[in-house]
Design a protein around this ligand. Structure first.
Ligand SMILES: Cc1ncc(COP(=O)(O)O)c(C=O)c1O
Length: 389
Protein backbone atom coordinates (compact mmCIF):
# COMPACT_ATOMS: atom_id res chain seq x y z
CA UNK A 1 0.00 0.00 0.00
CA UNK A 2 1.39 3.38 -1.00
CA UNK A 3 1.02 5.70 1.99
CA UNK A 4 2.13 8.73 -0.04
CA UNK A 5 -1.08 8.87 -2.09
CA UNK A 6 -2.96 11.88 -0.73
CA UNK A 7 -6.74 11.47 -0.83
CA UNK A 8 -8.70 13.77 -3.15
CA UNK A 9 -10.57 16.70 -1.62
CA UNK A 10 -14.33 16.85 -1.93
CA UNK A 11 -15.86 18.10 -5.18
CA UNK A 12 -17.14 21.22 -3.46
CA UNK A 13 -13.66 22.21 -2.35
CA UNK A 14 -12.41 21.93 -5.93
CA UNK A 15 -15.10 24.45 -6.97
CA UNK A 16 -13.65 27.38 -5.00
CA UNK A 17 -10.63 29.46 -5.87
CA UNK A 18 -8.18 31.26 -3.58
CA UNK A 19 -8.82 34.99 -3.17
CA UNK A 20 -7.13 37.58 -5.37
CA UNK A 21 -5.98 39.41 -2.23
CA UNK A 22 -4.31 36.25 -0.88
CA UNK A 23 -2.51 35.88 -4.20
CA UNK A 24 -1.09 39.40 -3.90
CA UNK A 25 -0.03 38.75 -0.32
CA UNK A 26 1.75 35.58 -1.44
CA UNK A 27 3.40 37.32 -4.40
CA UNK A 28 4.69 40.09 -2.17
CA UNK A 29 5.98 37.73 0.53
CA UNK A 30 9.74 38.14 0.87
CA UNK A 31 9.81 41.37 -1.17
CA UNK A 32 11.32 44.32 0.63
CA UNK A 33 9.77 47.73 1.23
CA UNK A 34 6.32 46.87 -0.12
CA UNK A 35 3.47 49.25 0.75
CA UNK A 36 0.47 47.08 1.44
CA UNK A 37 -2.70 48.68 0.11
CA UNK A 38 -4.39 45.37 -0.75
CA UNK A 39 -5.66 44.41 2.69
CA UNK A 40 -8.87 45.39 4.45
CA UNK A 41 -7.35 45.59 7.89
CA UNK A 42 -7.59 48.65 10.18
CA UNK A 43 -4.10 49.90 11.05
CA UNK A 44 -5.25 51.03 14.52
CA UNK A 45 -4.70 49.01 17.67
CA UNK A 46 -7.90 47.92 19.42
CA UNK A 47 -8.89 50.70 21.89
CA UNK A 48 -7.35 50.23 25.32
CA UNK A 49 -10.56 49.89 27.35
CA UNK A 50 -11.56 46.94 25.15
CA UNK A 51 -8.21 45.19 25.59
CA UNK A 52 -8.36 45.85 29.35
CA UNK A 53 -11.79 44.20 29.62
CA UNK A 54 -10.47 41.12 27.84
CA UNK A 55 -7.34 40.88 29.98
CA UNK A 56 -9.39 41.21 33.14
CA UNK A 57 -11.81 38.51 31.96
CA UNK A 58 -8.95 36.13 31.17
CA UNK A 59 -7.33 36.78 34.57
CA UNK A 60 -10.61 36.07 36.30
CA UNK A 61 -10.81 32.71 34.56
CA UNK A 62 -13.43 33.52 31.94
CA UNK A 63 -11.68 30.96 29.79
CA UNK A 64 -14.31 28.28 29.22
CA UNK A 65 -16.97 27.49 26.66
CA UNK A 66 -19.86 29.94 26.83
CA UNK A 67 -23.46 29.54 25.72
CA UNK A 68 -23.24 28.34 22.15
CA UNK A 69 -24.91 31.44 20.70
CA UNK A 70 -22.84 33.82 22.81
CA UNK A 71 -23.31 35.02 26.37
CA UNK A 72 -26.75 36.40 27.13
CA UNK A 73 -25.05 39.55 28.43
CA UNK A 74 -23.50 40.19 25.00
CA UNK A 75 -26.61 39.20 23.06
CA UNK A 76 -28.64 41.64 25.15
CA UNK A 77 -26.13 44.41 24.45
CA UNK A 78 -26.30 43.61 20.73
CA UNK A 79 -30.11 43.56 20.73
CA UNK A 80 -30.13 46.93 22.46
CA UNK A 81 -27.62 48.34 19.96
CA UNK A 82 -29.39 47.10 16.83
CA UNK A 83 -32.70 48.40 18.19
CA UNK A 84 -31.29 51.86 18.82
CA UNK A 85 -28.89 52.15 15.90
CA UNK A 86 -30.35 49.99 13.13
CA UNK A 87 -34.09 49.97 13.82
CA UNK A 88 -34.01 46.16 14.14
CA UNK A 89 -36.23 44.59 16.70
CA UNK A 90 -34.51 41.41 17.95
CA UNK A 91 -35.12 39.05 20.85
CA UNK A 92 -31.65 38.44 22.37
CA UNK A 93 -32.65 34.89 23.34
CA UNK A 94 -33.71 33.65 19.94
CA UNK A 95 -32.76 36.22 17.31
CA UNK A 96 -29.16 37.21 18.04
CA UNK A 97 -26.24 34.82 17.47
CA UNK A 98 -22.63 35.71 18.25
CA UNK A 99 -20.26 34.32 15.62
CA UNK A 100 -16.52 33.89 15.08
CA UNK A 101 -16.32 37.01 12.91
CA UNK A 102 -18.81 37.74 10.18
CA UNK A 103 -16.95 35.37 7.87
CA UNK A 104 -18.51 32.46 9.75
CA UNK A 105 -21.95 33.98 9.21
CA UNK A 106 -21.55 33.80 5.43
CA UNK A 107 -20.68 30.13 5.36
CA UNK A 108 -23.45 29.09 7.73
CA UNK A 109 -25.97 31.20 5.79
CA UNK A 110 -24.94 29.55 2.53
CA UNK A 111 -25.13 26.06 4.03
CA UNK A 112 -28.21 26.92 6.04
CA UNK A 113 -30.35 28.20 3.17
CA UNK A 114 -29.01 27.12 -0.22
CA UNK A 115 -29.69 23.75 -1.80
CA UNK A 116 -27.94 22.12 -4.74
CA UNK A 117 -28.81 24.13 -7.85
CA UNK A 118 -30.47 27.08 -6.08
CA UNK A 119 -29.49 30.46 -7.44
CA UNK A 120 -28.12 33.23 -5.25
CA UNK A 121 -27.96 36.77 -6.62
CA UNK A 122 -24.83 38.71 -5.73
CA UNK A 123 -24.63 42.47 -6.10
CA UNK A 124 -21.42 42.79 -8.11
CA UNK A 125 -18.73 44.05 -7.28
CA UNK A 126 -18.96 41.92 -4.16
CA UNK A 127 -17.04 40.66 -1.16
CA UNK A 128 -15.56 37.40 -2.59
CA UNK A 129 -16.80 35.04 0.14
CA UNK A 130 -20.43 35.40 -1.03
CA UNK A 131 -19.50 33.88 -4.36
CA UNK A 132 -17.29 31.11 -3.03
CA UNK A 133 -19.62 30.18 -0.16
CA UNK A 134 -22.47 29.88 -2.66
CA UNK A 135 -20.32 27.44 -4.65
CA UNK A 136 -19.41 25.53 -1.50
CA UNK A 137 -23.12 25.05 -0.88
CA UNK A 138 -23.35 23.67 -4.45
CA UNK A 139 -25.64 26.51 -5.44
CA UNK A 140 -25.20 28.87 -8.39
CA UNK A 141 -23.87 32.42 -7.87
CA UNK A 142 -25.58 34.89 -10.23
CA UNK A 143 -23.88 38.30 -10.43
CA UNK A 144 -26.12 41.37 -10.65
CA UNK A 145 -23.94 44.12 -12.05
CA UNK A 146 -24.13 47.42 -10.20
CA UNK A 147 -24.09 50.65 -12.13
CA UNK A 148 -20.73 52.42 -12.13
CA UNK A 149 -22.49 55.45 -13.58
CA UNK A 150 -24.38 55.63 -10.28
CA UNK A 151 -21.23 55.19 -8.18
CA UNK A 152 -22.03 51.44 -8.03
CA UNK A 153 -25.63 51.91 -6.96
CA UNK A 154 -28.42 49.53 -7.97
CA UNK A 155 -29.48 48.89 -11.56
CA UNK A 156 -33.06 47.75 -11.02
CA UNK A 157 -33.39 46.16 -14.43
CA UNK A 158 -30.19 44.16 -13.94
CA UNK A 159 -31.64 42.82 -10.67
CA UNK A 160 -35.06 41.95 -12.06
CA UNK A 161 -33.59 40.34 -15.18
CA UNK A 162 -31.74 37.76 -13.11
CA UNK A 163 -34.70 36.46 -11.10
CA UNK A 164 -35.76 32.92 -11.97
CA UNK A 165 -37.81 30.22 -10.25
CA UNK A 166 -34.59 28.96 -8.66
CA UNK A 167 -33.58 32.26 -7.06
CA UNK A 168 -33.38 31.85 -3.30
CA UNK A 169 -31.23 34.61 -1.89
CA UNK A 170 -29.59 38.01 -2.46
CA UNK A 171 -26.13 38.73 -1.06
CA UNK A 172 -25.35 42.38 -0.48
CA UNK A 173 -22.77 44.47 1.28
CA UNK A 174 -23.73 47.91 2.61
CA UNK A 175 -21.48 49.94 2.84
CA UNK A 176 -19.79 48.06 0.07
CA UNK A 177 -16.43 46.42 0.03
CA UNK A 178 -14.87 47.02 -2.53
CA UNK A 179 -16.63 50.15 -3.86
CA UNK A 180 -17.43 52.09 -0.68
CA UNK A 181 -20.98 52.66 -1.98
CA UNK A 182 -23.66 53.23 0.66
CA UNK A 183 -27.07 52.20 -0.65
CA UNK A 184 -29.82 54.81 -0.66
CA UNK A 185 -33.18 54.23 0.96
CA UNK A 186 -34.72 54.08 -2.49
CA UNK A 187 -32.34 51.32 -3.67
CA UNK A 188 -32.91 49.36 -0.47
CA UNK A 189 -36.67 49.66 -0.87
CA UNK A 190 -36.39 48.34 -4.42
CA UNK A 191 -34.30 45.36 -3.29
CA UNK A 192 -36.77 44.74 -0.45
CA UNK A 193 -39.75 44.81 -2.83
CA UNK A 194 -38.06 42.33 -5.18
CA UNK A 195 -37.20 40.07 -2.23
CA UNK A 196 -40.76 40.11 -0.94
CA UNK A 197 -42.32 39.59 -4.33
CA UNK A 198 -40.14 36.56 -5.08
CA UNK A 199 -39.87 35.25 -1.53
CA UNK A 200 -36.08 35.66 -1.25
CA UNK A 201 -33.73 35.83 1.71
CA UNK A 202 -31.50 38.92 1.90
CA UNK A 203 -28.05 38.50 3.39
CA UNK A 204 -27.11 42.02 4.51
CA UNK A 205 -23.44 42.40 5.39
CA UNK A 206 -23.15 45.62 7.39
CA UNK A 207 -19.65 45.27 8.83
CA UNK A 208 -18.68 48.77 7.63
CA UNK A 209 -21.80 50.51 8.95
CA UNK A 210 -19.86 52.74 11.36
CA UNK A 211 -17.38 53.84 8.71
CA UNK A 212 -19.42 56.32 6.66
CA UNK A 213 -18.63 59.86 5.50
CA UNK A 214 -20.14 63.17 4.46
CA UNK A 215 -23.00 62.77 6.95
CA UNK A 216 -24.53 59.94 4.88
CA UNK A 217 -27.04 57.73 6.67
CA UNK A 218 -26.50 53.98 6.71
CA UNK A 219 -29.83 52.16 6.61
CA UNK A 220 -30.31 48.49 7.51
CA UNK A 221 -32.49 46.77 4.92
CA UNK A 222 -33.82 44.51 7.68
CA UNK A 223 -35.54 47.51 9.27
CA UNK A 224 -37.77 48.13 6.22
CA UNK A 225 -41.41 46.99 6.50
CA UNK A 226 -41.90 43.21 6.42
CA UNK A 227 -38.19 42.57 5.91
CA UNK A 228 -37.49 41.12 9.34
CA UNK A 229 -38.66 37.64 8.41
CA UNK A 230 -36.40 37.43 5.37
CA UNK A 231 -33.23 39.35 6.30
CA UNK A 232 -30.04 37.95 7.79
CA UNK A 233 -28.27 41.03 9.12
CA UNK A 234 -24.60 40.45 9.76
CA UNK A 235 -22.18 42.65 11.62
CA UNK A 236 -18.77 42.47 13.22
CA UNK A 237 -16.49 44.17 15.70
CA UNK A 238 -13.55 43.82 13.27
CA UNK A 239 -13.79 47.08 11.36
CA UNK A 240 -15.58 49.53 13.68
CA UNK A 241 -13.41 48.75 16.71
CA UNK A 242 -10.23 47.59 14.93
CA UNK A 243 -10.74 44.06 16.25
CA UNK A 244 -10.00 41.85 13.25
CA UNK A 245 -7.83 39.44 15.22
CA UNK A 246 -10.43 38.88 17.93
CA UNK A 247 -12.70 37.04 15.50
CA UNK A 248 -16.02 38.20 16.82
CA UNK A 249 -19.19 39.19 14.99
CA UNK A 250 -22.94 38.58 15.10
CA UNK A 251 -26.08 37.73 13.19
CA UNK A 252 -29.49 39.25 13.77
CA UNK A 253 -32.30 37.29 12.15
CA UNK A 254 -35.90 36.33 12.85
CA UNK A 255 -36.37 33.34 15.16
CA UNK A 256 -36.95 30.69 12.50
CA UNK A 257 -34.05 31.86 10.34
CA UNK A 258 -31.85 32.05 13.43
CA UNK A 259 -32.75 28.49 14.46
CA UNK A 260 -31.41 27.15 11.14
CA UNK A 261 -28.27 29.27 11.36
CA UNK A 262 -27.66 28.19 14.94
CA UNK A 263 -27.69 24.51 13.96
CA UNK A 264 -24.85 25.16 11.53
CA UNK A 265 -23.08 27.49 13.95
CA UNK A 266 -22.96 24.84 16.64
CA UNK A 267 -21.27 22.27 14.42
CA UNK A 268 -18.89 24.85 12.99
CA UNK A 269 -17.62 26.46 16.19
CA UNK A 270 -19.32 25.13 19.36
CA UNK A 271 -19.29 28.69 20.71
CA UNK A 272 -17.54 31.98 20.00
CA UNK A 273 -14.31 32.90 21.81
CA UNK A 274 -15.13 33.63 25.48
CA UNK A 275 -12.55 36.39 26.00
CA UNK A 276 -13.45 38.12 22.75
CA UNK A 277 -17.05 38.21 23.90
CA UNK A 278 -16.03 40.20 26.97
CA UNK A 279 -14.05 42.52 24.71
CA UNK A 280 -17.05 42.93 22.39
CA UNK A 281 -19.29 43.72 25.35
CA UNK A 282 -16.86 46.44 26.44
CA UNK A 283 -16.78 47.77 22.87
CA UNK A 284 -20.56 48.17 22.75
CA UNK A 285 -20.96 49.52 26.27
CA UNK A 286 -17.88 51.72 26.43
CA UNK A 287 -17.18 55.19 25.02
CA UNK A 288 -17.71 55.48 21.26
CA UNK A 289 -15.39 58.42 20.58
CA UNK A 290 -12.62 55.95 19.62
CA UNK A 291 -14.79 54.92 16.65
CA UNK A 292 -15.38 58.54 15.65
CA UNK A 293 -11.64 59.27 15.86
CA UNK A 294 -10.76 56.35 13.60
CA UNK A 295 -13.47 57.31 11.11
CA UNK A 296 -12.23 60.93 11.06
CA UNK A 297 -8.74 59.70 10.19
CA UNK A 298 -10.08 57.37 7.47
CA UNK A 299 -11.97 60.33 6.07
CA UNK A 300 -8.82 62.46 5.97
CA UNK A 301 -7.08 59.71 4.02
CA UNK A 302 -10.09 59.22 1.72
CA UNK A 303 -10.09 62.90 0.78
CA UNK A 304 -6.38 62.81 0.13
CA UNK A 305 -6.70 59.72 -2.07
CA UNK A 306 -9.57 61.17 -4.07
CA UNK A 307 -7.75 64.44 -4.67
CA UNK A 308 -4.57 62.64 -5.76
CA UNK A 309 -6.40 60.22 -8.06
CA UNK A 310 -8.29 63.12 -9.55
CA UNK A 311 -4.98 64.57 -10.76
CA UNK A 312 -4.33 61.50 -12.91
CA UNK A 313 -5.90 61.90 -16.35
CA UNK A 314 -8.20 59.09 -17.46
CA UNK A 315 -8.63 57.50 -14.08
CA UNK A 316 -12.33 57.59 -13.15
CA UNK A 317 -13.03 56.86 -9.50
CA UNK A 318 -16.46 56.68 -7.86
CA UNK A 319 -16.59 58.66 -4.61
CA UNK A 320 -16.80 56.15 -1.76
CA UNK A 321 -19.16 57.16 1.03
CA UNK A 322 -18.23 54.33 3.33
CA UNK A 323 -15.64 51.62 4.22
CA UNK A 324 -11.94 52.32 3.61
CA UNK A 325 -11.34 51.61 -0.06
CA UNK A 326 -11.20 53.45 -3.36
CA UNK A 327 -11.98 51.51 -6.52
CA UNK A 328 -10.66 53.41 -9.53
CA UNK A 329 -11.02 52.22 -13.11
CA UNK A 330 -7.52 51.72 -14.53
CA UNK A 331 -8.64 50.11 -17.79
CA UNK A 332 -7.31 53.01 -19.87
CA UNK A 333 -3.83 52.14 -18.61
CA UNK A 334 -4.06 48.35 -18.76
CA UNK A 335 -7.03 46.14 -19.59
CA UNK A 336 -6.07 43.34 -17.22
CA UNK A 337 -6.29 44.38 -13.57
CA UNK A 338 -4.24 41.30 -12.60
CA UNK A 339 -1.41 42.35 -14.91
CA UNK A 340 -1.55 45.92 -13.64
CA UNK A 341 -1.53 44.85 -9.98
CA UNK A 342 1.47 42.62 -10.62
CA UNK A 343 3.23 45.41 -12.52
CA UNK A 344 2.65 47.87 -9.66
CA UNK A 345 3.93 45.33 -7.18
CA UNK A 346 7.09 44.65 -9.17
CA UNK A 347 7.86 48.15 -10.39
CA UNK A 348 6.44 50.36 -7.64
CA UNK A 349 6.48 47.97 -4.70
CA UNK A 350 2.85 48.72 -3.96
CA UNK A 351 0.41 45.86 -3.40
CA UNK A 352 -3.19 46.47 -4.50
CA UNK A 353 -6.15 44.13 -4.98
CA UNK A 354 -7.13 43.31 -8.60
CA UNK A 355 -10.74 44.33 -9.18
CA UNK A 356 -11.76 41.18 -11.06
CA UNK A 357 -11.38 39.34 -7.75
CA UNK A 358 -14.54 41.19 -6.69
CA UNK A 359 -16.59 40.18 -9.70
CA UNK A 360 -17.20 41.04 -13.32
CA UNK A 361 -18.07 44.68 -12.62
CA UNK A 362 -14.68 45.01 -10.94
CA UNK A 363 -12.70 44.13 -14.08
CA UNK A 364 -10.14 46.80 -15.00
CA UNK A 365 -10.27 48.27 -11.48
CA UNK A 366 -7.94 48.07 -8.52
CA UNK A 367 -9.12 48.18 -4.93
CA UNK A 368 -6.80 50.41 -2.96
CA UNK A 369 -7.21 50.35 0.76
CA UNK A 370 -6.53 53.45 2.85
CA UNK A 371 -6.37 51.61 6.14
CA UNK A 372 -2.65 52.33 6.42
CA UNK A 373 -0.96 55.38 7.94
CA UNK A 374 -1.28 58.69 6.10
CA UNK A 375 2.48 58.74 5.45
CA UNK A 376 2.56 55.24 3.94
CA UNK A 377 -0.49 56.09 1.87
CA UNK A 378 1.20 59.23 0.53
CA UNK A 379 4.27 57.26 -0.39
CA UNK A 380 2.12 54.53 -1.97
CA UNK A 381 0.10 56.88 -4.15
CA UNK A 382 3.25 58.71 -5.29
CA UNK A 383 4.76 55.40 -6.31
CA UNK A 384 1.60 54.38 -8.20
CA UNK A 385 1.51 57.71 -10.02
CA UNK A 386 5.16 57.44 -11.03
CA UNK A 387 4.68 53.88 -12.26
CA UNK A 388 1.67 54.91 -14.36
CA UNK A 389 3.68 57.65 -15.99
C1 LIG B 1 -17.51 43.12 3.58
C2 LIG B 1 -16.83 42.25 4.56
N1 LIG B 1 -17.58 41.37 5.24
C3 LIG B 1 -17.02 40.55 6.13
C4 LIG B 1 -15.66 40.54 6.35
C5 LIG B 1 -15.10 39.56 7.34
O1 LIG B 1 -14.85 40.19 8.53
P1 LIG B 1 -14.78 39.47 9.95
O2 LIG B 1 -14.90 38.00 9.73
O3 LIG B 1 -13.49 39.88 10.52
O4 LIG B 1 -15.96 39.99 10.71
C6 LIG B 1 -14.85 41.42 5.68
C7 LIG B 1 -13.39 41.43 5.89
O5 LIG B 1 -12.63 42.09 5.22
C8 LIG B 1 -15.45 42.32 4.76
O6 LIG B 1 -14.73 43.23 4.08
Amino acid sequence: MNHLVVPESSRRVSLVKPSAIRRMIELSAGMEDVIHLEQGEPDFVTPKHIIDAAVEAAKKGFTHYTEMDGTLELRQAIAEKVGRRNGLDADPRTEVTVTSGSQEAMLIAAFGFLNLGDEALILDPYYPAYFEDTLLAEAVPIPVLLSEKRDFGLDVEALENQITKRTKMIWMCNPSNPTGHVFSRQDLETIAEVAKQHDLIVFADEVYEEIVYDGIEHISIGSLPSMKERTITVNSFSKAYAMTGWRIGYIVAEKKLSASLRKMHYYATLCPNAISQKAAFAALNGPQDCVQEMVAEYDRRRRYMLSELDKVKGLPCATPKGAFYVFPDFSRFEKSDETLAQHLLKEARVATAPGSGFGKAGEGHLRISYSVSYERLKEGIERIKNALE
